[in-house]
Design a protein around this ligand. Structure first.
Ligand code: RB5
Length: 143
C-alpha cells in the first residue's frame, strides 16, 4: 500500500519509528512531516495526509500527536476521511472491520512503541466487513 504519515511534535519520534516499520513491511511511505520535535500545530500536519487519502493519492494515512485526539478531530472534518484514534489491537481491528477507517490516529503519549507496532500491523491487515456497516458509514461519510 501507499501510506501517508504525519505527526506534530508530540508524535514526531513515534512517527519516525512507524515510518520505518511500514517500509520494513513493504509499504510505500509518504512522510509529510513534521521533521523535528520543535513545537508545531497539529492541524497543519493533519491536512497533507487528509488531502493525499481523500484525493486517492495514498491508500491509507497514519497521524500521530500526543493523544491522537487533535489529529482525529482535524482529519474527520473531511467527509471522505474516517479517522480512528486507536489505543489497542481491538479498537484498531474494529475500526477497519466496522468503520472502514482510512486514517489511523495514534497518541504517542498514551501508548508505548510496542503497542503501536502491534496495532499498526493489525490495522493494515484487517479488511472492511461491508454489509450493514457500509450503509451506516454512508450516513456520515462520502465513500
Ligand atoms: C501537543 O502538546 C498536543 O496538544 C498534541 O500533540 C495533541 O495531543 C493534541 O490533541
Amino acid at each position: 500500500m501507499k501510506i501517508a504519515i504525519g505527526a506534530d511534535h508530540g508524535g514526531y519520534q513515534l512517527k519516525e519509528k512507524v515510518a520505518r516499520l511500514l517500509e520494513q513491511l513493504g509499504h510505500r511511505v509518504e512522510d509529510t512531516g513534521c521533521h523535528s520535535s520543535d513545537s508545531v500545530d497539529y492541524p497543519d500536519f493533519a491536512d497533507p495526509v487528509v488531502a493525499k487519502v481523500a484525493e486517492g493519492e495514498c491508500d491509507r494515512g497514519i497521524l500521530i500527536c500526543g493523544t491522537g485526539i487533535g489529529m482525529s478531530l482535524a482529519a474527520n472534518r473531511n467527509r471522505k476521511i474516517r479517522a480512528a484514534n486507536c489505543h489497542d489491537e481491538y479498537t484498531a481491528r474494529m475500526s477497519r472491520e466496522h468503520n472502514d477507517a482510512n486514517i489511523l490516529c495514534l497518541g504517542a503519549r498514551v501508548i508505548g512503541e510496542g503497542v503501536a507496532v502491534d496495532l499498526v500491523k493489525v490495522w493494515l491487515d484487517t479488511p472492511f466487513a461491508g454489509g450493514r456497516h457500509q450503509q451506516r458509514i454512508a450516513k456520515y461519510s462520502d465513500t
